[in-house]
Design a protein. Structure first.
Lengths: 588, 87
């Protein structure tokens, strides 16, 4: 069977499975549609959170980012996992006890203000929409590479599949497809990693292989990698970063951003009890860690494999001839994600760091610039080919990458559509709507959200590339502090919360726009986005944590000079703190 | 449920203490060992690199898992002790 046939079999088979699950898990009420009926087992929910959370970015891009910058990228590993500690202790159990359907609903009720709810809806939609565009675009890339269709057609196919199971089943359909998608993506990610770890270190567990001995050289694998890449001018893989402050703030922004992202929080509304919300945060992190502990191993081993491919005889001898390049390089060249330019016209592929510090050595070897551009995103997808693994592993990777993109897209689309149908339509425009009417409204908003996301995925606007800055910055600076203060302080009132959210948001967005352009329009940046220009060396991606502090400070200051919240609101805060009665809370 | 009773207040304080202790460890392994204190741990070698690198890429994630399960387990016992657990 051809590789194309194998890929079709794996991807088609997985899609068929998702659709069968969707038909089985059809939503009959708004409670089914928004919170999967509220009866999801904590381990199952943990697995669904894993798929919901691990996006095309985690599956496809993260290992590539780590491979490129080594230790410095650890912020992603810690940031995208450490947020679950905050969720488990500071948000999830209390929001589950509150027992409603959406994140803006809690903010609106707790701060007794439709305006607060509206601010939360806007933050939710901007953060989730930015995020979902990346998923749709990722699905398009995976399709175009593995199924030989153009990426717009690929995107349409993905959209139709998401449409079927999320419009039909809502959260209920999404929950059980996410469980299936988790299984597909974790197998797809792990199998090639195990093979590669075995080839390089003899250790079948990649996370342990990372700290084992490289068979060919007899050196620890990280030492070997450091040596090979510094030979051609790159920084050491394990080198420390220039600014500890920036790395701390970036990690913190990712952590509180993770905890404040609505599509993750609403998954905790689906379990029956408060205790289950705590357990499912733990299970979620176990399932996430299976991939996150493997990713750094994949990153370092793939980078070493890439170097060995280009320099088969070692870095002291000349690299491979372009004519003899392996097949996977040829295939990825077609997609434009690998580019070769023979700058010194010797017919060989010089891959090295084109920096001033390395110039003398490069000149001495007759090198006239780096000749190979490898897009970071292909690392995981090309991994099986780089390591010469059998064809079915490549089919599996295709299905896994699509599972990661689709599961996250569905979770985000649900967060968007429930904000529209529940917070805007039922909450403001038509409070008297029947359950049936609201369910229909939820399905229509879901359909519209999918069409919009598909369109933007095919024609990505400038802000689509700014997922980390926009989605995590907004969630960190606006939603997380508002939710946390709503639970942990009885004193924060409506004006305090709204002022806090708006100031945190304005501060964060201004700092981002100054370096990245106003509303990300090219050419409108006030300062170049380089470390020398950053205030105290803090990158625009790390500013969300400071924005959160601004939010907290403003909210406390304003609340303290204005009226205390009414007594029934203080009682509401009391009630979310005690687990008893959670099963009744949702039947409203 | 007795919203304003003395026990309810003690329950909330017990929760806050547990959260506070957990977050100290959470910050120590990630912001501490993995980033700010990494240079101090550089003498402790592990598989071709240092302990700080291990905490940054694996150790902190494993600690986070332990923290959440410990919190969930302790809170269930505290819920029962104060009689606010779910039926």
């Amino acid at each position: 069977m051809s590789q194309f046939g194998i890929n079709i079999l794996f991807v088609g088979g997985s899609f068929l499975l998702y659709i069968i699950i969707a038909i089985w898990a059809k939503a009959g009420s708004t409670k089914d549609f928004y919170v999967a009926g509220g009866g999801v087992h904590p381990v199952i929910n943990g697995m669904a959170i894993g798929a919901d959370w691990m996006s095309a970015a985690s599956f496809i891009s993260m290992a590539g980012i780590i491979a490129a910058s080594g230790y410095a990228s650890s912020a992603y590993l810690m940031g995208w996992t450490g947020g679950y500690v905050l969720l488990a202790m500071l948000l999830a159990p209390y929001l589950r006890k509150f027992g409603k359907f959406t994140v803006p609903e809690f903010i609106g009720d707790r701060f007794y203000s439709k305006n607060a709810r509206l601010v939360a809806v806007v933050c939710l939609i901007v953060a989730s929409l930015t995020y979902v565009i990346g998923q749709m675009a990722g699905a398009g890339v995976a399709f175009s590479r593995f199924l030989e269709v153009d990426s717009t057609t690929g995107l349409m196919i993905a959209a139709v599949v998401i449409f079927i199971y999320s419009v039909l089943g809502g959260m209920k359909g999404i929950t059980y497809t996410q469980v299936a998608q988790y299984v597909v993506l974790i197998i797809a990610y792990t199998i090639p990693a195990v093979f590669i770890s075995l080839q390089l270190t003899g250790n079948p567990i990649p996370a342990l292989g990372l700290f084992s001995t490289h068979i060919d050289s007899g050196m620890p694998i990280l030492d070997k990698l450091n040596q090979v890449i510094t030979d051609v001018g790159f920084n050491e893989y394990t080198a420390d970063v220039d600014s500890h402050l920036n790395m701390v703030l970036f990690t913190l922004t990712l952590m509180i951003g993770t905890a404040g992202l609505p599509h993750v929080i609403i998954r905790f509304f689906t379990v029956p009890k408060v205790a289950d919300a705590r357990w499912s945060a733990g299970w979620a992190l176990v399932f996430i860690a299976l991939l996150y502990l493997t990713a750094p191993a994949v990153a370092s081993m793939a980078r070493l494999n890439l170097m060995n491919t280009i320099y088969p005889e070692g870095t002291s001898v000349e690299p491979i001839e372009y004519e003899n390049r392996p097949n996977w390089v040829k295939e990825w060249e077609v997609t434009g994600l690998i580019k070769f330019v023979d700058k010194n016209e010797d017919g060989r592929i010089q891959l090295y760091n084109d920096s001033p510090a390395f110039k003398d050595k490069a000149d001495a070897r007759g090198w006239k610039g780096n000749e190979l551009d490898v897009n970071r995103d292909i690392l995981v997808l090309a991994n099986p080919e780089i390591a010469n693994l059998p064809g079915w592993v490549i089919g599996l990777i295709a299905a896994g990458g699509l599972a990661a993109a689709l599961s996250t897209a569905a979770g985000l689309l649900l967060a968007i559509s429930s904000a529209i149908s529940h917070d805007l339509i039922k909450g403001s425009i038509n409070p008297g709507i029947t359950d049936k009417g609201e369910l229909l409204a939820a399905r229509i908003s879901m359909g519209v959200a999918i069409v919009l996301a598909t369109y933007l995925g095919a024609n990505p606007p400038g802000f689509a590339a700014q997922v980390v800055a926009l989605a995590f910055g907004i969630a960190a600076a606006s939603l997380f502090p508002a939710l946390m203060m709503g639970i942990f302080s009885k004193r924060i009132n409506n004006v305090g919360a709204i002022a806090g959210m708006l100031c945190g948001l304005a501060f964060t967005l201004t700092y981002i726009f100054v370096y990245k352009g106003w509303f990300f329009i090219p050419g409108t940046a006030n300062l170049a986005d380089t470390p020398e220009n950053w205030v105290f060396g803090i990158s625009p991606l790390s500013i969300g944590a400071i924005g959160a502090m601004v939010n907290f400070a403003v909210a406390f200051a304003v609340a303290n000079v204005t009226e205390e919240p009414p007594i029934e609101i203080q009682e509401l805060v009391e009630s979310v703190r005690y687990p008893r009665g959670a099963s009744q809370a949702q039947d409203h | 449920m007795s919203g304003h009773s003395y026990d309810a207040e003690k329950y909330w304080k017990a929760n806050l203490r547990l959260i506070f202790g957990s977050l100290i460890i959470w910050a120590l392994v990630s912001y501490g060992f993995a980033i700010v204190l990494r240079p101090m741990l550089s003498s402790i070698a592990i598989g071709g690199t240092d302990l700080g690198f291990w905490f940054a890429q694996q150790g902190s994630i494993l600690t986070f898992i332990a923290l959440i399960f410990h919190y969930a387990w302790r809170m269930n016992r505290i819920d029962k002790k104060f009689g606010v657990d779910e039926e």
